[in-house]
Design a protein around this ligand. Structure first.
Ligand code: RP5
Length: 166
């Protein structure tokens, strides 16, 4: 049987970003969406970044999730080299708590968009959910799984808070 290539590429600037980006991977796992996770640094491995971004569509990817921290060029550079939608996740940096990552990723000049998410885990989870929403537009079965994911999330929220005994 022909192997279908994963729909989502999760790329990150460093091994240290995995602690954040694994939340995107786990969310895609929960929705049974295939992905490939790679370390692709805009400044440490620029050739790898160029090759990845130029070839991402031909590889069969439909969406790219790019996480980076500090002077976070990776999402914007990748977006400039591929027609695929790119969602950027600002990784929480030590020096500036991810404010640097956020501003680096979100402030793209008009012309090359990066869909920028929240700093850290929330951004990684939501990048995966946005990727799922894009893919669900042309995948009925996935649309149902995404609906079920949201229904489970709603069902898990109690109507009343647990009262603190202290
Ligand atoms: C960025 O530099 C990476 O995205 C990472 O968030 C940050 C720090 O990288 P390491 O020094 O931990 O490898 O390129």
């Amino acid at each position: 049987m022909a192997q279908t290539s994963p729909a989502v590429a999760i790329i990150m600037g460093s091994q240290s970003d995995w602690a954040t980006m694994r939340h995107a991977a786990e969310t895609l796992d929960a929705l049974a969406i295939g992905y490939d996770a790679r370390i692709v640094s805009a400044h440490r491995t620029p050739d790898r970044m160029f090759t990845f971004a130029r070839g991402a569509k031909a590889e069969g990817f439909k969406v790219v999730i790019a996480g980076a921290g500090g002077a976070a060029h990776l999402p914007g550079m990748t977006a400039s080299l591929t027609p695929l939608p790119v969602f950027g996740v600002p990784v929480e940096s030590k020096a500036l708590s991810g404010q640097d990552s956020l501003l680096s990723i979100v402030q793209m000049p008009a012309g090359i968009p990066v869909g920028t998410l929240a700093i850290g885990r929330a951004g990684a989870v939501n990048a995966a959910l946005l990727a799922a929403a894009v893919l669900a537009l042309s995948d009925e079965a996935l649309a149902k799984r995404l609906d079920a994911y949201r229904a489970r999330q709603s069902a898990a929220i109690a109507e009343h808070p647990v009262k603190d005994e202290t």
